[in-house]
Ligand binder design. Structure first.
Ligand code: 3H9
Length: 702
C-alpha cells in the first residue's frame, strides 16, 4: 500500500499526519491510515479532539491520480470521509500546504479548518476532466453559496490561505507552526464544549439560490466560453443544481457519484490525466541526471527586437530577469522597445497589470546596438532572420563577447544548431531555444540539443523554461525539430485537399470542429500569405516550379490579399475584425487553379479531410520517435498541444492516435497512398510495427 498516516497523542489531542511524499495524494495506504486513525482516536477516551495535517510541502494533493482507471485497494475515500464527518469528536484540519481536490474535500469533512498563509486550496478536478467527487460539489455550495462555489470549481485554480478565509472555506489563517496552531485551535473547541460542525447539515446559503436559476445559466455560459468542448463543467453545474434544489445532502451525493462516474469513463478524463503526467514526464531527460549542476541565470541578452526578440525579452522581464536587447541600429531598437512598452500598456488597459508593474519590468530592460554590452549575460538568445548564414555570422559575434560558460542560444524554428555551434569554440554551451509566437504568451519552449551540447547547458535550459513559466520539451537537432517537422505534412495536405475538391472553409471548419483554435487557412491569413510569396519571388523560382499547394496563396497575393493585415486573404475581414467571412471569389480562384493543374474536383467528406490533415502528424511523429528526435510519444503530445493548438482534451496527436487504433490509421494511410500516391503517404516503419503487434505508442512510454 502506498503512503501512510502517522498517529500520535499530544495530551488530549490525536495528531494524524499524512505522509505520502512528495505531495501526499490519497493513495491506498493513506486511506487505510485515515480510517485506522479515526477509529483509534474514537476508541481512546483520552482523546478529545483530532488534528489532521500533512507532512512536507502539501496537506493532500487530492486523490491519487495514478489509481484512476485501475484497480484500487484499501478502504474507499468515501468510507474514510463518512467516518470523519460522523465523528463525535471534533476534527480540525491544519492545512500546512497544498490542499487540492480530494485533499480539500477531506478538509471540508473536518469540522474546522485552519490554514497557513502560504498554503493553497483548490478544486482542480475540472482540469483533469473530473468533478470534485468526494462531496466537494455538495459541501462547498453549503459553505460559500452556489455562485462562488461554481466559480471556484469551474476555474479549478488554487487560492492562498487569506483568500480562502475571505471566501469562507477556512475558519482561521494562522501564522507560525500550523500544527501547534491547529492543536491550540482544537483545544479551544474542546474548551468551548466540543461542538462538531458538519457542513452537510447547513443549508442557509443554499436556500436563496433555489429562487435564482440565473446562477446556473451564468455558470454554463462561463464554461462554454472558457472550456469549449469540455465534458466535466456541465457535470459540475448539475451537481451544484442538485445541492441547491434537492436540499437533501445524501440525494445530492448520489447525483455527484453518478456524474463522477460519467466523467471517469469519459475519454477526456483519460486524455487530460495523460496530459498531467506528460507535463511532468517531459522534464525528465534519461541521460541528464536530475542533480546535474545548473548554471546561474541572472541576466539575459536577446539579439533582435522584432516580434520574436521582443516577445522573448518580455518572457524574461515578466519573471524579473533583466534583459539587454540588441538591434542593429538605434531606430530599430527604439521601435522594438516601443512595441514592448505598448504591449505592456495594453495589459494595463485590460486591467491585467498595474502601471507600476510596467515601470518595474521596463526598468529591467536595457537596449543596445553594441555586441560588447552582452558580456554580462548568462544566456544570450539570438532571434535574427531565419537564415543559416546570418545565424552563423551572429554566433561568431556572440562568441567574441559572451562571458565564459554563458549559454549561447538560437531561437531558430528548424535550422541546424550544430552549424551554429561550429561557428564557436564552445559548442558545449550552444543550444536551440525555440520560442513560439507570441513568445511572451505561448507556453511551449522547444529546447534543441546539438551533438556537443553539455548536460549542464541542457539541464539549465530546461530549468530556465520552467522559470519562464513555459513547458520545455527537449528535441534532437534535425530539420524542423519536433513541431515544425510534423506541421509540414499537415499544411501540405490542407493545400492538396482544396485543389481536389474541398473549399478552404470546409477544411478550416472540420479542424475547428475537431477543437483546433483555427484552421490552416485561417492560420495562413493570420501569419500573412505574403511571407512565402515574397520569399519565392526573391529566390527567383519560376511560376511552374512553385509547389502546387502554394499556388492559390500566391494568386491571392498577386491580388494584394495578404491575409488579416490587408483585411483580405482566404477570408474577408471587416475593418478592425479578426473574424473572417468566406469569399466566393476565393472559391473561384481555387477551382480555377484545380482546372489549370488538370485536377478533377470531387466531393471530399469531412471525415476524410480530418484524417488527411491529422494522419501526417502521426506518421511523421512515428518517424521522429524512430529517429530519436523526441524522447517519448508524450513529448510530441506536449509540443502539439502547447505550441500548435492541438485540442488538450484529445491528449495530443500520439495519444489520440492510440485511441483511434494504430491499425485503423495504418489502413487509412495505405488507402490514401493508393488513391493519391506520392511519398506523402509512406507509412513510418514504427507505425507499421506497432500496428502489426497490436500495440499503441503508449507501449514505448517505458
Ligand atoms: C481528485 O482529487 C478527485 C476527487 O475529487 C474525488 C475522488 C473520489 N496523484 O506537480 P509536481 C505527483 S482528482 C498522484 O511536480 P509541484 C506528480 O506526478 C486530483 N500523483 O509538484 C509528480 O510525480 P513525479 C485533484 C501526484 O510541487 C510529483 O507528485 N488534485 C498527484 O510542482 C510532484 O508533483 C489535483 O489535480 C496526485 N494527485 O506541484 C492536484 N499530484 O515526481 C494535482 C502530484 O514522479 N497536483 N503528483 O513526476 C498538482 O496540481 C501539483 O502536483 C501540486 C504540486 C500543486 C500538488
Amino acid at each position: 500500500m502506498k503512503g501512510t498516516v502517522h498517529y500520535e497523542l499530544r495530551n488530549n489531542i490525536a495528531l494524524m499526519t499524512i505522509d505520502n511524499p512528495p505531495v501526499n495524494p490519497l493513495s491506498s495506504g493513506v486511506r487505510q491510515g485515515l480510517s485506522d486513525g479515526i477509529s483509534q482516536a474514537l476508541a481512546d477516551d483520552n482523546v478529545q479532539a483530532i488534528v489532521l495535517t500533512g507532512a512536507g510541502r502539501a496537506f493532500i494533493a487530492g486523490a491519487d491520480i495514478s489509481e484512476f482507471g485501475g484497480e484500487s485497494t484499501g478502504p474507499s475515500l468515501h468510507d474514510c470521509l463518512n467516518s470523519m464527518d460522523a465523528s463525535s469528536k471534533p476534527i480540525v484540519a491544519a492545512i500546512n500546504g497544498t490542499a487540492f481536490g480530494g485533499g480539500l474535500e477531506v478538509a471540508l469533512c473536518c469540522h474546522y479548518r485552519v490554514i497557513s498563509p502560504g498554503a493553497q486550496v483548490g478544486l482542480p478536478e475540472v482540469k483533469l476532466g473530473l468533478l470534485p467527487g468526494a462531496g466537494g460539489t455538495q459541501r462547498l455550495p453549503r459553505l460559500v453559496g452556489a455562485a462562488k462555489a461554481l466559480d471556484f470549481m469551474l476555474s479549478g485554480d488554487g487560492i492562498p490561505g487569506p483568500q480562502a478565509k475571505e471566501l469562507g472555506i477556512v475558519d482561521e489563517v494562522m501564522d507560525g507552526d500550523i500544527v501547534e496552531a491547529g492543536i491550540s485551535y482544537a483545544q479551544q473547541v474542546v474548551a468551548d464544549g466540543s461542538k462538531v460542525r458538519r457542513i452537510r447539515d447547513e443549508d442557509a446559503l443554499l436556500l436563496p439560490d433555489r429562487e435564482n436559476p440565473q446562477v446556473f445559466d451564468n455558470a454554463r455560459k462561463q464554461a462554454a466560453r472558457k472550456m469549449r468542448k469540455r465534458f466535466a463543467p456541465e457535470m459540475i453545474v448539475q451537481c451544484v443544481e442538485a445541492a441547491v434544489n434537492l436540499g437533501d445532502f445524501d440525494a445530492g451525493m448520489k447525483v455527484e457519484a453518478e456524474n463522477f462516474a460519467q466523467c471517469l469513463k469519459h475519454p477526456q478524463r483519460e486524455a487530460l490525466i495523460h496530459m498531467f503526467f506528460a507535463e511532468r514526464e517531459v522534464a525528465k531527460i534519461p541521460d541528464v541526471p536530475r542533480d546535474t549542476t545548473l548554471k546561474p541565470i541572472e541576466r539575459a541578452g536577446v539579439i533582435g527586437c522584432g516580434t520574436m526578440g521582443g516577445g522573448i525579452s518580455m518572457s524574461f522581464l515578466n519573471v524579473g530577469i533583466p534583459v539587454t536587447v540588441l538591434e542593429l541600429d538605434q531606430e530599430a531598437l527604439d521601435r522594438g522597445i516601443g512595441i514592448i512598452k505598448r504591449n505592456y500598456d495594453i495589459q494595463v488597459q485590460r486591467g491585467r497589470m498595474s502601471a507600476e508593474q510596467v515601470d518595474q519590468r521596463m526598468g529591467l530592460l536595457t537596449g543596445t546596438t553594441e555586441y560588447a554590452d552582452l558580456n554580462t549575460a548568462d544566456v544570450i538568445i539570438e532571434a535574427v532572420y531565419e537564415n543559416i548564414d546570418v545565424k552563423v555570422e551572429t554566433f561568431k559575434k556572440i562568441e567574441a563577447v559572451a562571458k565564459p560558460g554563458a549559454i549561447l542560444a538560437s531561437n531558430t524554428s528548424g535550422l541546424d544548431v550544430d552549424k551554429m555551434a561550429d561557428a564557436t569554440s564552445r559548442p558545449e554551451d550552444v543550444i536551440g531555444l525555440h520560442f513560439f509566437s507570441p513568445a511572451n504568451v505561448m507556453r511551449l519552449l522547444e529546447v534543441v540539443r546539438g551533438a556537443r551540447t553539455s548536460k549542464e547547458t541542457i539541464a539549465t535550459s530546461m530549468q530556465l523554461g520552467k522559470r519562464l513559466n513555459k513547458i520545455a520539451v527537449l528535441s534532437g537537432n534535425a530539420p524542423g525539430f519536433i513541431g515544425n517537422r510534423m506541421l509540414a505534412g499537415y499544411t501540405r495536405q490542407a493545400g492538396e485537399i482544396i485543389l481536389q475538391g474541398a473549399t478552404p472553409y470546409q477544411v478550416d471548419n472540420v479542424l475547428l470542429q475537431f477543437g483546433m483554435p483555427m484552421g490552416p487557412f485561417q492560420m495562413n491569413d493570420l501569419v500573412g500569405l505574403d511571407l512565402g510569396w515574397r520569399a519565392r519571388k526573391l529566390s527567383g523560382i519560376k511560376p511552374e516550379e512553385v509547389p502546387i499547394t502554394a499556388r492559390v496563396a500566391d494568386k491571392l497575393c498577386e491580388l494584394e490579399r495578404f491575409g488579416q493585415k490587408t483585411n483580405r486573404g482566404f477570408y474577408i475581414y471587416p475593418e478592425g475584425s479578426r473574424a473572417g467571412t468566406a469569399d466566393p471569389e476565393v472559391v473561384e480562384i481555387v477551382e480555377q487553379t484545380s482546372a489549370e493543374l488538370g485536377i478533377t474536383r470531387t466531393e471530399i467528406s469531412d471525415e476524410e479531410v480530418l484524417k488527411r490533415c491529422l494522419y501526417p502528424l502521426i506518421n511523421e511523429g512515428a518517424r521522429i520517435l524512430e529517429d530519436g528526435i523526441a524522447i517519448r510519444p508524450c513529448d510530441i503530445d506536449i509540443v502539439y498541444i502547447n505550441g500548435y493548438g492541438f485540442p488538450e482534451v484529445t491528449g495530443g496527436p500520439m495519444f489520440w492516435a492510440d485511441q483511434q487504433g494504430l491499425d485503423n490509421i495504418l489502413a487509412d494511410i495505405k488507402r490514401f497512398a493508393e488513391t493519391y500516391g506520392g511519398d506523402a503517404w509512406q507509412p513510418a516503419p514504427l507505425l507499421e510495427r506497432l500496428a502489426a503487434e497490436g500495440k499503441g505508442f503508449a507501449s514505448l512510454q517505458g
